[in-house]
Design a protein around this ligand. Structure first.
Ligand SMILES: [Zn+2]
Length: 636
């Protein structure tokens, strides 16, 4: 059936495009229709014609050069250096043989593009390769290099995956779309291991696949993939809302057990997810509690990612179109809008979201073309979850730091590597630059540094203010020399043993492993030091015990148990959270446009999930549901 559809599409394309297009072949590749041309010039010209064609066909159209008109890599590099002015300062050129793009990274990308795109057009015309132009990031990222290498080493497999997928997506629906249901697989009436399965008569889509890093045993750590509705072989697609492990930490497991299909997410989510999954494997290995998958499966996941930008409408199965929208939670975090069965039903899954502008990101989107059902998080959905404004949180933070530094103490902030850490870096840089806290070293421990490098490589996902600051005022807070990178045990030891006051940002955020626990052990018995919690502390984590004020805590120290007497000051500062507080959650539902019919709450303690749902029901007269894990809700 799919070949008939392809033949029809081909006929339409040949009819609509002019003869000069010299079409060599037309193929499905994942969600896209790819046209190969022997006249590369049409790639950059005739933009309107292609847009109209995409509209007519209701498909995403990509035009690429036919192999016969592509220059060899060496020749192409030489030509590019001839065409692009030297002032562009090209730092890297590489070839994506699947997309037939030449990726040019330069310090001044504007000069590679040229006036009205003239330079980049000239590259296509002369080499056949379509240029993709990137700005050289100020910090280099090992993870982005690794991701790129993985993609490069597996072009054939990736191409095959995309072609198989293309056939499957465009096959057409077998059954009429008269129902849709969502099964809670994890993260309902709890925080951690978020996962849910959307089923229609024609599709099975998994939304998120996380782990609970604070769980005491494997039974509570992973989603219920043994639910009778779920089978890995039947899965059509996986969508990942954002890179936190409680939303993506179990994805490699799917590849270990036979999943071969795609993962849809934004580019920053792919990169940050890889970083966090690899780190999770390392920590689990070190702690002698290995995970049921390994690094190979992380690479397999990378290969199968299809990156989507916000707002891009994409067919992910015969009857579901997916569009990602900004969620304001961490870099690349997304709300998923699913248009099911030609508009029979529209589902929005918010993932974690922040409905407030932060220093790092724009607030979450409230506008969708249509939405009947919304599945939303309720982490801070309890009526008492009123958080101070970001502004007063910042002031309190600075007061605490100021006092600690004056005592000659050290400040330890255990923090998630992704999101809060960068938010704090921006705040600290500004306050220190303005002399509001003493100038002391700010130590950024290993993984946070890497996550920051990924932020600098994807500036288009940052807030407008921050982008303006970086590009128009030439001040990038992330590369300030106030920050020092820490990578080794010896370096850590030197920092804690030094008499000098300092500020330390280190993972993990809940003291559940990682170097923050090491720093904690070193610093906790000295009253001069302060520990500041800025994020959620899961029940059962060391962070939660410390936060509750335990004074004696037994911890392992070089293989022996030791009781630590907590003397350091313990402070919790709310308001830096990447989650919406109660008021913002309620406001969000109020502002949703159009108004949904049904709201399902997830991702929160049982009481908060229910409290938020009942308030939404009472205030806005909407049907609400608060399923437990393993329950199924019919949405259509
Ligand atoms: Zn999150």
């Amino acid at each position: 059936m799919s070949s008939e559809i392809l033949e029809d599409i081909k006929k339409t394309i040949i009819k609509k495009l002019p003869k000069e297009a010299h079409i060599a072949k037309v193929e499905f590749e994942g969600p896209e229709v790819v046209i190969y041309t022997k006249n590369p010039q049409i790639i950059t010209e005739n933009g309107d014609m292609v847009r109209n064609l995409a509209k007519d066909l209701r498909k995403r159209i990509i035009i690429r050069s036919d192999k016969s008109v592509l220059d060899g890599p060496e020749e192409t590099i030489e030509k590019i250096h001839g065409i692009v002015p030297e002032g562009a300062e090209i730092t890297d050129i590489y070839f994506d043989t699947v997309t037939r793009e030449v990726v040019i990274t330069a310090k001044k990308p504007g000069l590679v593009i040229g006036k009205y795109g003239s330079t980049s057009r000239s590259i296509v015309k002369n080499t056949g390769w379509a240029p993709k132009i990137l700005r050289t990031p100020p910090l280099s990222s090992e993870i982005i290099s690794k991701v790129r290498l993985t993609l490069k080493n597996h072009t054939k497999e990736r191409k095959k995956m995309l072609q198989d997928l293309g056939r499957q997506i465009h096959e057409g629906s077998k059954y009429s779309n008269d129902w849709a249901r969502v099964t809670s697989m994890g993260g309902f009436k709890e925080v951690g291991r978020s996962s849910m399965l959307l089923q229609t008569p024609n599709s099975r889509v998994l939304m998120d696949c996380g782990v609970n890093v604070a769980a005491s045993d494997n039974k509570n750590a992973f989603p219920y993939l043994n639910a009778p509705e779920f089978s890995i072989e039947d899965l059509d697609a996986v969508i990942i809302s954002h890179a936190h492990l409680d939303h993506c930490g179990f994805v490699p497991y799917l590849y270990h057990y036979g999943y071969e299909g795609p993962i849809y997410c934004t580019t920053p989510t792919r990169d940050l997810m890889t970083l966090l999954q690899l780190d999770h494997l390392d920590i689990a290995h070190r702690e002698g509690n290995p995970l049921p998958f390994n690094r190979k499966h992380v690479s397999q996941a990378i290969k199968n990612v299809i990156c989507l930008d916000y707002g891009e409408v994409t067919d992910i199965s015969p009857d579901i179109k997916l569009t990602l929208h900004n969620a304001g939670h961490i870099l690349g975090s997304a709300m998923s809008h699913m248009h099911i069965g030609d508009g029979a039903h529209n589902l929005v899954y918010t993932g974690d979201f922040k409905y407030e502008r932060s220093r790092l990101l724009e607030p979450a989107t409230t506008r969708f073309p249509r939405s009947e059902t919304v599945i939303m998080e309720s982490t801070y959905g309890g009526r008492e979850d009123i958080q101070p404004s970001r502004n007063s949180a910042e002031k309190e933070m600075m007061k605490t730091i100021y006092k600690t530094l004056k005592k000659g103490g050290k400040v330890l902030v255990p923090v998630f590597a992704v999101g809060r850490a960068q938010e704090l870096m921006i705040v600290l840089e500004e306050y220190m630059r303005h002399g509001m806290i003493d100038e002391v070293p700010i130590y950024i421990d290993g993984m946070i540094w890497e996550a920051t490098a990924i932020h600098t490589a994807r500036p288009e996902y940052l807030s407008k203010d921050l982008r303006d600051q970086i590009f128009h005022m030439g001040r990038n807070p992330f590369i300030s020399d106030m920050f020092s990178k820490v990578q080794s045990h010896d370096q850590r030891k030197d920092i804690v043993e030094s008499k000098e006051p300092s500020i330390i940002l280190s993972t993990s955020g809940m003291l559940t492993g990682g170097n923050s626990v090491e720093y904690f052990k070193w610093l906790c018995e000295d009253y001069k030091n302060t520990l500041i919690f800025v994020g959620y502390q899961s029940e059962g984590s060391l962070g939660s015990r410390v936060q509750k004020g335990w004074k004696e805590i037994p911890l392992e120290d070089e293989g022996r148990n030791k009781v630590y007497n907590i003397e350091m000051e313990i402070k919790t500062i709310n308001g830096f959270s990447g989650h919406s507080n109660r008021r913002q959650l309620m406001d969000y539902v109020k502002r949703l446009n159009p108004k949904p019919e049904k709201v399902i709450t997830c991702h929160g303690d049982p009481y908060k999930t229910v409290d938020l749902a009942s308030s939404i029901h009472r205030s806005y007269k909407l049907e609400t549901k608060t399923p437990l894990n393993l329950e199924t809700v019919r949405i259509q």
